[in-house]
Design a protein around this ligand. Structure first.
Ligand SMILES: [Zn+2]
Length: 134
């Protein structure tokens, strides 16, 4: 559907709005040291909105939610959550549970200060290149 585009270096790219990047960094800072979790919505191929699921749980460990609690919505393309530990790598649970929904997943790492603290992965946990759109 053209949402993920292959580049020469075999790293797929995903586009995100600058305003959303800033908002995600801000909410991650606000809930720290707890973990923030949300779902991503795309508009015309650009991730532009975050949805906070009604059953999301903020905790000191891994947050969790069940994608099966959500209505089927084709504009929802994946998930986002923060890693207060600062480790950008997806955990086993991330890949097995959170990443099972949709096809692009963001991990926002402490100290949540700029876009370099945001990492994008596909559903297998392989890195994606994040392109910020003004
Ligand atoms: Zn995680």
């Amino acid at each position: 559907m053209g949402f993920l585009s292959r580049e020469k270096k075999r790293l797929s790219t995903v586009k995100i709005r600058r305003a959303l990047v800033d908002g995600l960094l801000e909410v991650s800072r606000e809930v720290h040291p707890r973990e923030f979790i949300g779902l991503l919505r795309a508009e015309r191929g650009v991730i532009s909105e975050v949805i906070i699921p009604p059953f999301s749980i903020y905790g000191l460990g891994e947050s969790s939610f069940s994608p099966y609690d959500l209505p089927i919505d084709p504009s929802l393309v994946g998930s986002v959550h923060s890693h207060p530990s600062g480790d950008p790598r997806p955990s086993k649970q991330d890949v097995n549970v959170a990443f099972s929904f949709g096809f692009v997943h963001l991990i926002i790492t402490y100290p949540y200060s700029c876009h370099e603290n945001i990492y994008a992965y596909d559903k297998e946990g392989k890195p994606l290149k994040l392109i910020i759109i003004e």
